[in-house]
Design a protein around this ligand. Structure first.
Ligand code: SF4
Length: 326
């Protein structure tokens, strides 16, 4: 799959596919895509995750053992539907608390009123994933059900138990004063604290309960503990920010050793009227991914070496060191 084709599919974000052909579908329980059914498509060494939408301009047809995706009645790309392990291929990516006291305006999680998985439940999922022989890594994320500290405690307990599987472990939570130290001591390998946007004015509007400077502080501290190429941050594109502010934001993150993950904004029906969303075009995605690669290279960062969470998955985003042709 060519870079431009993947960027186009990310820009569209969904495909029309016969659900019967898919068997078990992913229903993400965290983040802006929460609550939507989705599937993974792989072509060559590139992967994309698309939500299921019968009105999508991308149409998926099965041909023998592979599928063909059409756009505007023309064949766009051929590949395969990829099975997931837990949430994504090769990883047991588990959301512990499917609820959140924060009210980020783009995120459906606070409105979904999800549940909290018990320790036992999480370990059972890990055990099942491990038994398949296909679990390359473990990723744990969580909304904030009561307090960020309580969430870190919950995740810490899980990580201590999960170390026995001997695979890399990544954690994405809201940072706390002690989260870096606690998670490092527990044996976590990689950390993701999401800035969501680096445009300060947009941040204040869309994440009124969070503190961007605090998150940046904790990211910088995380790099010192977990090392370069092991600290990441989701950075949403399409919240009203312009390209200059994105590039400046990438620069700011990379200069402290953090790899930004550029994520196309998605308007959840549960957030209609609450947030401005302008999902980026394929051209904007390509432009910003090239800029991201340039800046990461200058700072000696490599998005292809991480082992957990979104960078090795590549389902929702362009990984600048995996998904660019040149
Ligand atoms: S890129 Fe991240 S959010 Fe998307 S499917 Fe992969 S692990 Fe999940």
């Amino acid at each position: 799959m060519k870079s431009e084709v993947k960027a186009k599919m990310i820009a569209i974000g969904s495909a029309d596919i016969d659900e019967d052909a898919l068997g078990d579908l992913t229903v993400p329980t965290a983040g802006p895509g929460a609550g939507k059914k989705a599937f993974f498509f792989k072509s060559g060494n590139r992967r994309v995750r698309l939500s299921v939408n019968k009105d999508s301009p991308l149409k998926v047809f099965t041909k023998n053992d592979h599928v063909v995706i059409y756009y505007d009645n023309e064949e766009l790309v051929t590949g395969k539907i990829e099975p997931e392990l837990v949430h994504c291929p090769g990883q047991a990516y588990i959301t512990v608390s499917e609820k959140c006291i924060f009210d980020c305006k783009f995120c459906p999680v606070p409105k979904l009123g999800g549940r909290i998985k018990s320790f036992k439940e999480v370990i059972k999922l890990l055990e099942k994933a491990y038994d398949t022989g296909k679990m390359d890594s473990i990723s744990i994320t969580s909304g904030v059900s009561e307090t960020p500290d309580k969430e870190v405690e919950r995740v810490n307990e899980i990580v201590l138990e999960a170390k026995k599987y001997g695979v890399p472990i990544g954690v994405s939570v809201y940072p706390t004063n002690k989260s870096n130290k606690i998670l490092k001591a527990a044996g976590v390998d990689e950390i993701k604290y999401n800035v969501e946007t680096m445009d300060r004015a947009v941040f204040d509007e869309v994440c009124p309960d969070q503190n961007l400077e605090y998150i940046l502080d904790k990211l910088e501290e995380a790099v010192k503990l977990f090392g370069k190429n092991h600290v990441f941050s989701n950075f949403i594109i399409g919240l009203g920010e312009n390209d200059d502010s994105v590039i400046q934001g990438i620069e700011e993150l990379a200069s402290i050793g953090v790899i930004p993950i550029l994520r196309a904004a998605n308007l959840s029906p549960l957030r209609e009227g609450e947030v401005y969303i302008n999902r980026p075009t394929a051209e904007r995605i390509m432009y910003l991914t090239r800029k991201l690669k340039e800046i990461l290279d200058i700072h000696g960062l490599n998005a292809a070496v991480s082992r957990t969470m979104c960078l090795p998955c590549t389902g929702c985003d362009m990984n600048p060191h995996i998904d660019l042709d040149e």
